[in-house]
Unconditional design. Structure first.
Ligand SMILES: C[S@@+](CC[C@H](N)C(=O)[O-])C[C@H]1O[C@@H](n2cnc3c(N)ncnc32)[C@H](O)[C@@H]1O
Length: 333
């Protein structure tokens, strides 16, 4: 069966190369023969089938994804942990030979939860990446402000991005992702540079704990997908780990948040997504990104100051926090 192909209307000029985002649909899971010539594309189908039909050669500059976590979301079937990990391992085995020597893999995961007990997935994934000799550069903590309120443990408010490189000669550029320094006015107080500004004028290293709001209902990036990651999270990764024109691949692309981060910065994107409505929503977002119309929250936008909201004031009938606690303790005696 021929591949049905939908192209977006606004091709982007990226480093002199035209990259019209495309949605590739094929009921027989055939990857088109000209895939290597495509600019940016979402393949609607199974990621293992897609990867298996690519040539066995280094293609990707960056692989960034948030795989299903096996927690029973609408788009996944909860399986035994060992079976889930064996499936993920098969996919990683197909990715590593297709990653360039200068390339990076960022696997973003949370916890598998079993009967109220948490199993951090980054710990479970580590032996798979180690088997391939990949080098762990950072375990980035993505901290966010909203989620479920647990009663029997502290509420979970972070997930992890495991950043691996294939070799020591990996691409990494801090300058595009520097954030404002705490004390930009600080000066050397002795030595030959005495009196000169001591910090980098471009700002400081954003460090490995990133405070980026998760995509909830009032977020500008919200779509129908239940677990989108924020564009800003991937933007920081794309800007620091790739050069313009690089090929970024997301094997579980959902609504293509990683594609948006990639296209707004002049890189190429390939994604794989099983669900047709997520794949179509992803194509529309890629189209907006390539024509400069993406709605997104940049990685360096300061956090909303919740104390400015009228909702942050305690209602008079509740009283000051200390009084409320004391009277509760009194009642317990
Ligand atoms: C955690 S979500 C990723 C969301 C994505 N990061 C975003 O921002 O939209 C995982 C996605 O993987 C897709 N998926 C699950 N199994 C797949 C498979 N075998 N091949 C391709 N996609 C798959 C699901 O439909 C789901 O959209």
């Amino acid at each position: 069966m021929p591949t049905k192909r939908t192209r977006a209307h606004d091709p982007a000029q990226e480093g002199g190369k035209t990259c019209p985002p495309a949605l590739l649909l094929d009921e027989d899971d055939n990857v088109p023969a000209d895939i290597l010539d495509l600019g940016s594309a979402i393949w609607r189908g199974d990621t293992e089938a897609f990867l298996s039909s690519l040539p066995l050669e280094p293609l990707f500059d960056l692989v960034v994804t948030s795989p299903p976590y096996n927690i029973g979301k609408a788009y996944e079937k909860k399986e035994e942990l060992a079976k889930y990990l064996a499936w993920q391992e098969r996919i990683i085995d197909l990715i590593v030979p297709r990653l360039k020597d200068s390339g990076s893999i960022c696997w973003q995961v949370g916890n598998f939860v079993d009967n109220g007990q948490i199993i951090p997935l980054d710990i479970e994934f580590a032996p798979i990446f180690k088997k391939h000799g990949l080098q762990l550069r950072n375990r980035i903590i993505w901290h966010f402000g909203h989620g479920l309120h647990n009663k029997k443990r502290f509420s979970g408010r972070y997930e992890v991005v495991m950043w691996y490189t294939k070799s020591d000669s990996y691409h990494f550029d801090l300058d595009p992702v520097r954030i404002p320094s705490k004390y930009p006015g600080k000066r050397h107080f002795k030595g030959p540079k005495k009196g000169q500004v001591s910090g980098n004028p471009l700002g400081k290293n954003p460090e490995d704990v990133w405070d980026i709001p998760n995509v909830k209902s009032n977020h500008p990036e919200k779509t129908t997908h239940p677990c989108q990651f924020p564009v800003g999270l991937i933007e920081r990764i794309v800007l620091s780990m790739t050069k313009p024109g690089a090929l970024v691949f997301d094997p579980f692309s959902g609504v293509a948040s990683s594609g948006v981060a990639t296209l707004i910065h002049g890189r190429r994107f390939w994604g794989c997504e099983l669900n047709i409505s997520y794949a179509e929503a992803g194509l529309s977002r890629l189209s907006d990104a390539s024509s400069g119309n993406a709605k997104y929250r940049p990685h360096d936008q300061p956090l909303y100051d919740h104390t400015k909201s009228t909702l942050s004031k305690r209602p008079v009938e509740v009283g000051p926090a200390t009084v409320a606690k004391k009277s509760k303790r009194g009642a317990e005696k």
